[in-house]
Design a protein around this ligand. Structure first.
Ligand SMILES: [Zn+2]
Length: 651
């Protein structure tokens, strides 16, 4: 297979149906470096297959829609990572249905090139058809594996020599090969191959070499791109942590901007490697201050919710990370106040859902106690991992929709304040907000069982009872924020209640133009974090500017959810019966809005089948295959659920 990839030389043929959908109206405003400020209503032509429609601007934060070959993409956006054509634990059909409703996912060129291979994907008409995903795809170039698989990679001017983590065989990934593979994959957005250096490296010469090589390789990428009219090539800016005037970040950015006519969008790379957060945000700040206003900006590998909230304030539009899915597989759930490590004994009799304010299926039907029981029973581990992963993706989608609504509403500063104070109930530190204050701010309770032990301080004592089962992540100066920095379960360093706001958060928000030292008084925004259960009200459509989306988002009650979830725990052990073969399930394509589950009970299979994600429904006796009628056009998809991994858990 690999030999076929490397020897593939035949000309790429236009992909059926792509050319027409990819064309961008010629009468739009051409994107230009001369555009110094954008405003709602602007619509820029960034390339033949991408236009950037600005819908709201709030300080430096932007809400926009990218028009791409496979449909609109509303920003800010989080892109779940589907390394080899699947999001682990979630079917492509579930991903398209609210509350997930993902408009783009990320595929990895290196892994897809290894298996099934570019020729196979091209034979199928590209990855979209291969994995039954009709929406947008972004592919990494493979360059990131230089860091994550460094022990297996050798970097030369020609390209990167990888040893396969599966069988040790060699694969040379050149800029030309990366473009060729991404053309075969058919991604809507392709990333240039860059020379990535671990951000913690202390070797200036290596950063110099990588910066200049990245610029040489961007020309090779542009030259080798076979479908510039149908697929969008994004340039990646490198340069380590050097944001000094004329420094490496400037050198790389200047070089990229010289190629602006060939680059519909840009990414900031080389971060999320566990670097000091004090430097992390400054690189983001530096990048968004200089990148074109009228084109999308993508911050690679960043997926901590706090990082996303802060960096959106600095002007980032797009994010990706394995964090939400990986941590979900360990039984850790994301909530606005931090993390829930559901294996903890504190949850064994907790009758609440993961998040009473979450509209996802898992939060509607499962208690923390039930999930805890399944997590502690090894035979159910894959099943419950799927449930928590589903919630975590739903959480990320809700987060970016809330941010977007706040930007459109002109209340993004309030949103950030409420988010930060909800996560760090101890408020702002009294002392200076420098590194020293940050590193000493976090207590070191090691698990939810110990929550409250390490809280410290008067504020911690007051908050301890309410937050006893909630673990706030430790966003200290050394915490990684991305793929390589994603903490494994044992490496997570949760802290107790009373945690004060890290200095880097205060400083970065100052740079974004809003002070987070004090919380907001905006009741509608506060209600997002303090409110009780709510109905299926996560907005999935683009709200009109100034429409007060946040207020409508919190309207409505979710009475009965806790009760329903409680009754579910003892009902039928749903989810604990995962013996069914899930390797391939044929499910009907459902259309239209989901019905509300009035009773919240699973006693009615038909009612539950209406809102159960298909891959989850397959777990539940009596629900698999039941419920929704096949629509009149009888569109039926074969959904291939993830198989057991055979490759190392790396990206
Ligand atoms: Zn949920």
């Amino acid at each position: 297979m690999r030999a076929r990839i490397l020897s593939a030389t035949k000309a790429l043929t236009p992909r059926r149906g792509m050319a027409s959908s990819a064309s961008v109206a010629a009468d739009l405003t051409p994107a230009s470096l001369d555009v110094k400020a954008i405003k709602a209503g602007d619509h820029y032509r960034c390339g033949p297959a991408l236009s950037f429609e600005v819908e709201g601007v709030c300080g430096r934060a932007r809400a926009a829609t990218l028009h791409l070959p496979h449909g609109p993409l509303k920003t800010p956006v989080f892109m779940p990572v589907g390394t080899q054509g699947t999001i682990k634990g979630i079917s492509t059909l579930d991903l398209q249905i609210p509350p997930l409703d993902c408009e783009i996912i990320l595929g990895n060129t290196y892994h897809l090139g290894n298996r099934p291979g570019g020729d196979v994907l091209e034979h199928f008409g590209g990855l979209h058809k291969f994995m039954a995903w009709p929406r947008n795809i972004l592919t990494d170039s493979g360059g990131f594996q230089m860091v994550s698989l460094l022990a297996l990679a050798e970097i030369t001017e020609e390209g990167v020599n990888f040893a396969s983590p599966v069988d040790g065989s060699k694969m040379l990934l050149t800029p030309e090969m990366s473009m060729r593979l991404q053309n075969q994959i058919g991604a809507d957005i392709m990333m240039a191959l860059d020379d990535v250096v671990d951000s913690k490296t202390v070797n200036d010469e290596r950063f110099q070499e990588a910066c200049h090589r990245t610029l040489r390789w961007i020309d090779r990428c542009i030259g080798a791109h076979g479908r510039p009219g149908e697929q969008n090539l994004f340039g990646i800016t490198q340069g380590g942590l050097d944001v000094s005037p004329g420094g490496l970040r400037d050198v790389c950015m200047d070089g990229m901007l010289k190629r602006d006519a060939n680059l519909p969008g840009y990414a900031i790379g080389g971060l999320a490697g566990g670097e000091d957060k004090v430097y992390f945000w400054r690189v983001v700040d530096h990048g968004t201050a200089r990148l074109p206003q009228c084109k999308p900006r993508y911050l690679m590998g960043v997926g901590y919710p706090l990082d996303i909230v802060v960096c959106t304030g600095l002007g980032i539009d797009m994010y990706d990370c394995v964090y939400p899915t990986r941590t979900g597989r360990f039984g850790t759930a994301l909530v606005h106040s931090g993390l829930l490590k559901l294996k903890g004994a504190a949850f064994s009799s907790d009758d609440q859902p993961i998040d009473p304010t979450c509209a996802c299926y898992v939060c509607k039907h499962y208690t923390r106690a039930h999930l805890n029981l399944m997590l502690r029973a090894k035979e159910n581990s894959s099943n419950v991992a799927q449930l928590v992963t589903y919630h975590n993706i739903a959480y990320m989608m809700r987060l970016v929709r809330e941010m977007r609504a706040a930007i459109l509403d002109g209340t993004y500063a309030d949103y950030v304040r409420a988010f930060v104070h909800n996560m760090f109930p101890g408020g702002a530190p009294v002392a200076a907000t420098k590194v020293a204050a940050e590193t000493s701010a976090a207590p070191s309770a090691s698990s939810v069982d110990a929550a409250g032990v390490g809280g410290g301080g008067a504020a911690g004592a007051a908050a301890a009872a309410a937050a006893a089962a909630v673990v706030s992540p430790t966003y200290d100066a050394t915490a990684g924020s991305g793929a390589t920095g994603v903490p494994e379960e044992d490496a997570e360093r949760p802290a107790g209640p009373g945690l004060t706001i890290p200095g880097w958060v205060i400083d970065s928000c100052d740079a974004a133009g809003f002070d987070v030292r004090h919380n907001t008084t905006n009741a509608a925004v506060l209600a997002l974090f303090e409110g009780g259960p709510r109905a299926n009200s996560v907005p999935s459509a683009a709200p009109a500017p100034g429409s007060g989306t946040i207020r409508t988002a919190v309207a409505g009650g979710g009475a009965g959810r806790a009760t329903a979830a409680k009754s579910k725990a003892g009902a039928d052990g749903a989810g604990s019966r995962a013996e069914a073969d899930l390797s391939s399930v044929v499910v009907p394509m459902r259309k239209g809005p989901q019905k509300a589950d009035a009773s919240g009970s699973l006693s009615s299979a038909a009612a539950a089948a209406d809102d159960a994600p298909d891959s989850i429904r397959a777990h539940i006796p009596g629900l698999a295959g039941a419920g929704a009628a096949v629509p009149s056009d009888a569109s039926v998809l074969a959904v291939h659920l993830p198989q057991k991994r055979k490759t190392p858990d790396v990206l």
